[in-house]
Design a protein. Sequence first.
Length: 214
Amino acid sequence: MQRLVRFNNIKYKFPYWGPLLMEVEMKDEVISLLLKKGKENQKKHLDARKKLAAIINKAYYYEKVEWFYPLFDPFVNAYIEAVSDYKEGAFKNQNTPTEWELDGLWINYQKANEYNPPHSHLGDLSFVIYVQVPEEIVKENEKTNHEHNNQGPGMICFEFGHEMQFAVSATTMMPKVGRAFIFPAWLKHHVFAFKSDVERISVSGNIIFKYDKI
C-alpha cells in the first residue's frame, strides 16, 4: 500500500507500514444500548479495575455479552478483510480466522484527572468505543494543548516503535461519540487526563481469533 504525493512538483511514494489501526463509526442505537447495559452492570457492581491498567475509579464488566456479537461482527470481519489486504500472511499458518470470541468487555467512566497509562492488551485484537464525550473536554484541549509538549487533555494516543528522527512513532485522536478504534492487542496506547468536571464514557474489549485445523 503506497500513497502518491506531490511536493513542489516532485512526485514521490510513501509506503505505509506498522500496525493496522482501524477507525470506524458506530450507529446511535448501538451507543444507546452500550450505555443502557453499562448502567445495569454498574448497579451490579461488576468491578473491572483489578484487571485494568487505567487509573479510573469506575470501570465495570458487562455480565452477559451474547447481544454484542452480532452488533460488532461486521467490524471484526472488516478488520480481517482489511488486514489481509494490508499484509499477506497476516494470520497464523496463513489461515484466515473462522470465528472470534470476546475475552472481556467493560465500560469506563473517566472523570477529571483520571487517565490510562501506556499499556497493551491480551488476545488478538482490542477495541475502544466512545459512548459519551462531553464538549467541555474538546474545548479544554483546544484551549490548553499549546501549553504542553504533548497533544493535550483528553486525547488517546497509539504508539508503535521507538521515537526516532524522520519517523512517526505515534498517532493521537480526540474521541467523539460513536467513534471506535480497532487495533492489534499488542499495540501500546494511553489516554491523557483532562481537568473538566465532566464524565467521559468508553467501552473496551479484547478479541481472540479461532482457526480451523489445517
